[in-house]
Design a protein around this ligand. Structure first.
Ligand code: AKG
Ligand code: FE2
Length: 321
């Protein structure tokens, strides 16, 4: 597919490549090296009517939810304040359509991933990001790499596809060093991975309790636990937040971009009204598999990826090294 794109590299040089003026490699290679793939006009096929509908949704803030999410596999919306009088059926249809169109685009534009991707949540972000009051670990104005507390990925990559649907306002991001650089830099300050591999009494007690209470267990793998810890560590690290090298990116109205947010450290500083679709991509489908965070953790700690991605309750008594 010959859709023009730009690749904004997030390393110290902040190089920008433009497929309209130079011959470029497969777009996936830029993504996998920590690039943001940028499209001046979002190619994810979004109609003006759908955009106008979303922009007219006012009272969408719910104290319990960060964003409005559509869960494609359940065909379900969450994060809506029921008192707001939202046309939930229409909202669901609009998000479903965004989900389908981004999937169609991804399957053609990033064809090596086609049979190796699964669809995660779709989100609508109607609130102004500047000055949002959220608990620290939920704040997105602090640099972080993504990890989802309730959705373990078992080593799959987190690829997110954004569209700025605000009629006039840019969405502003900052990025810093990528996962590989940061994981090496901060390994010594993280809980050792061996701790994450233990099927401790505490773990089984927690599991028994959750089971008894009928709670959903997140059943993370050591990989997911490390990634969640790292997400929290970065947000809680005031020195890192203050002193990290930062590059600023502005995404104008109507633009679209995609990025591996488990690799590119990022924060959103301002902007309102964005749509986002998350995909999980098998590390096996990567053109540069050595860049996947699970491979980097394997090299950093010496545990095989098969161990790192095993769900907690299935970990063997003896951990193979
Ligand atoms: O909404 C954005 O622009 C990015 C927010 C973010 O970092 C996230 O949802 O993980
Ligand atoms: Fe994020």
């Amino acid at each position: 597919m010959t859709i023009p794109f730009q690749a904004f590299m997030t390393d110290a040089e902040s190089t920008r490549y433009n497929s309209a003026s130079e011959a470029l490699a497969h777009p996936a290679t830029y993504l996998e090296q920590g690039g943001i793939l940028y499209f001046e006009h979002s190619p994810f096929g979004f109609s003006d009517e759908d955009r106008d509908f979303l922009l007219n949704q006012k009272q969408l803030e719910s104290p319990r939810h960060k964003n409005i999410a559509y869960k494609p596999h359940l065909d379900k919306l969450t994060g809506i304040d029921q008192r707001a009088g939202v046309d939930t059926l229409r909202l669901k249809a609009v998000l479903k359509s965004y989900s389908e169109k981004t999937t169609q685009f991804l399957d053609e534009f990033l064809s090596p991933y086609r049979n190796h991707r699964s669809l995660d949540y779709t989100s609508f972000r109607p609130l102004e990001e500047e000055g949002r009051v959220l608990r620290l670990r939920a704040r997105n104005d602090l640099l972080h790499v993504d990890s989802f507390p309730t959705r373990p990925t078992y080593g799959k990559r987190i690829l997110r596809v954004f569209t700025n649907i605000h009629p006039t306002k840019v969405r502003v991001w900052k990025t810093s060093d990528n996962f590989e650089v940061l994981a090496h830099r901060f390994k010594g300050q993280m809980r050792p991975l061996s701790g994450q591999l233990e099927r401790s009494d505490k773990t089984s007690l927690r599991q028994r309790l959750s089971h008894a209470l009928g709670l959903k267990q997140s059943n993370q793998s050591p990989y997911d636990r490390w990634m969640m810890d790292f997400h929290n560590f970065l947000k809680e690290n005031a020195d890192f937040q203050a002193q990290a090298r930062k590059a600023t990116w502005e995404f104008p109205p109507h633009s679209g971009w995609m990025v591996y947010t488990d690799m590119v450290s990022h924060s959103v500083l301002s902007g309102q009204y964005a749509l986002e679709q998350t995909f999980l991509i098998d590390p096996e489908a990567q053109l540069l598999p050595e860049k996947a965070p699970i491979e980097i953790l394997k090299d950093l700690y010496g545990y095989p990826t098969s161990t790192l991605r095993t769900a907690e309750h299935q970990l063997p008594e003896q951990i193979p090294v």
